[in-house]
Design a protein around this ligand. Structure first.
Ligand code: BGC
Length: 555
């Protein structure tokens, strides 16, 4: 973990920072980078829709097997014949998307670096639409699965490019909120999926599952057209040596002129930073694993493990298998419970966004994991003691699951993406971020694949049922330990300050170091403000002299 030592720290241009002068400028700057969050809706919707689809009767009939004696997942005391997907098929259909997204996330960095962020997203949209169309025309499971993998490739590319594009185009003063907005969009996508599934689940034709799948084409078209209206990332232009275009892009993003002193200062800043960083390596994948004085290896390990622990909290057990799980509790309409848990997810993300720059990333991650461990521990106890036999206990269990989802939404959900978006230096940012995103999908895949085997009963399966929450209790407790020992407090700092903090402090001392750094900056800003006002007064005086002289000459 980061330790002491004198490390070369990036210096930033001392010029003025782009700040909105008018409301129009502020809205334009935030809107441009926030539009990208639409990619989060696509991510959330695509991952969320499958939970309801595999529980739909028509889907099971078209893609499952008929069990003449008893449906394997039937919890009723009276055995009933019916259609069902086998445990193997269920886990494959659900988790295969994440296999595609894993590869897509890794491809996202080279695509975005070669073609640019905007054209990279166009490639992702084409791939994604092909995958969706394959799922729409599938009459048997193999083609449906291929469609899931291809759509997954598209979602994976999106999930790497969107946070990168947002971080690179968002104005500094709104970067934290804009990046957290991506997670909010993911939760809204998940909610849309639950609503769409609920709207079509009772249809007896293939529309029950084809409509929710097809809706995604609309999201892809909106993202694709909208992105082309946005300027390309100024950072990408600088990386490609296209300085004039970078200036134009910065000016458009901030609704100002290319000659604006703020645009020129920010441009100089980006160029200086990139030059300094490139002296530490060319920004290759290998550079992400170099144990150099910039702590590249440490940062890559922290980022990839942070995403792994985010998945290990067990959140996707709820979002992928939630409908089935709520069904097995027998505590009411499972589709409605799925909608409720999704509403909780959307609503609770808002205080998370608010708290990010106030409570701090480190506190949020440590206490969020503790809260989730407690909630899941109680669910595990209720599940172990009562099984599926007590309706009141089942309702309590559902309520506790919602409290757990609320805890995730306001802490680990946004914080994992925010932290990964800000801990890497620009030279390796695209590649390191793609490794973190790929780690998220890898664990997502592993957990999605293993869960049915852990939960279901039968030969070769663990039959844990609600006792699976013991596992999530343990992993949440370990997530808290990870956050305590590995996360550096980065709230309220510029990316360059984060960089320097990472090199010079340890996670446990970082909160104090962070406070000190911000206090020092605010002192400097006060001195700077005095200097600026002195300079302005001198400039005014000089202007008055010139005017006076010219009037005298005229006279
Ligand atoms: C996670 C997803 C999860 C979602 C739930 C995201 O941050 O990466 O795997 O489904 O949050 O809101």
């Amino acid at each position: 973990m980061p330790g002491g030592g004198v490390v070369p720290v990036l210096t930033t241009n001392a010029g003025p920072v782009i700040k909105p002068k008018t409301k129009k400028q502020a809205i334009r700057a935030v809107l441009a980078s926030s539009f990208m969050a639409m990619g989060g809706i696509l991510f959330g919707y695509d991952t969320g829709t499958i939970s309801g689809i595999i529980a739909m009767e028509k889907f099971k009939e078209d893609f499952g097997t008929y069990y003449p004696d008893n449906v394997p997942t039937n919890t009723s005391p009276i055995p009933q014949p019916g259609w069902s997907l086998s445990t193997g098929d269920t886990s494959l259909v659900v988790s295969i998307l994440s296999a595609g997204t894993f590869v897509g996330a890794l491809c996202g960095a080279p695509i975005a670096d070669t073609l640019g962020r905007r054209w990279g997203l166009q490639v992702a949209m084409v791939v994604f639409c092909v995958g969706v169309i394959l799922q729409l025309i599938a009459q048997a499971l193999p083609l449906f699965i291929v469609g899931r993998v291809v759509a997954g490739l598209g979602v994976g590319i999106v999930s790497t490019i969107v946070p990168m594009f947002q971080a690179e185009t968002a104005p500094r003063w709104a970067r934290g909120a804009v990046t957290s907005g991506y997670q909010w969009a993911i939760t809204i996508g998940l909610l849309f999926a639950a609503l769409a599934n609920n709207g079509t689940k009772d249809r007896t034709d293939t529309g029950s599952y084809r409509i929710p799948i097809g809706v995604q084409l609309g999201f892809a078209l909106i993202l694709s057209f909208g992105t082309m209206l946005l300027p390309e990332s100024p950072r990408w232009f600088v990386k490609k040596g296209k300085i004039e275009q970078a200036a134009k892009s910065l000016a458009t993003l901030n609704a100002t002129d290319v000659d604006d002193a703020c645009v020129q200062a920010e441009l100089a800043d980006i160029r200086t930073n990139l030059e300094v960083e490139l002296t530490h390596g060319n920004g290759t994948y290998l550079d992400c694993f170099r144990n150099n004085d910039r702590k590249n290896l440490t940062r890559t390990l922290v980022g990839t493990w942070l995403q792994a622990w985010q998945q290990l909290t067990g959140i996707n057990f709820i979002f992928y298998y939630g409908t089935q799980f709520f069904n097995s509790t027998g505590a009411g309409d499972p589709f409605i419970f799925t909608i409720v848990s999704n509403v909780v997810n959307v609503v609770c993300t808002v205080p998370g966004i608010w708290a990010m720059d106030r409570v701090g990333r480190r506190n949020i991650l440590v206490w969020g994991a503790v809260w989730m461990a407690i909630m899941e521990g109680i669910v595990a106890i209720i599940g172990t003691v009562f099984g599926n036999s007590n309706p009141a206990a089942q309702r309590g269990l559902v309520a506790l699951v919602c409290l757990y989802v609320g805890g995730f939404a306001s802490t680990w959900g946004p914080a994992a993406w925010v932290v990964c978006g800000e801990i890497f230096p620009l030279a390796i940012r695209a590649k390191a971020l793609s490794l973190c995103t790929a780690s998220n999908w890898l664990w997502n895949f592993g957990i999605g694949y293993a869960t049915p085997y852990l939960v279901d009963s039968g030969p070769g399966k663990a039959g844990l049922g609600p006792k699976v929450f013991w596992i999530w209790t343990a992993t949440c407790a370990l997530s808290a330990v990870f956050a305590y020992f590995c996360i550096v407090e980065t709230k309220g700092l510029s990316l360059e300050e984060v960089d320097s903090l990472y090199c010079t402090t340890s996670p446990r001392l970082s909160a104090a170091a962070n406070r000190e750094m911000r206090a020092r900056r605010s002192d400097l800003e006060t001195v700077g403000a005095h200097m600026v006002s002195d300079e302005a007064a001198e400039a005014d005086a000089a202007k008055r002299d010139v005017e006076y002289e010219s009037k005298t000459v005229d006279a």
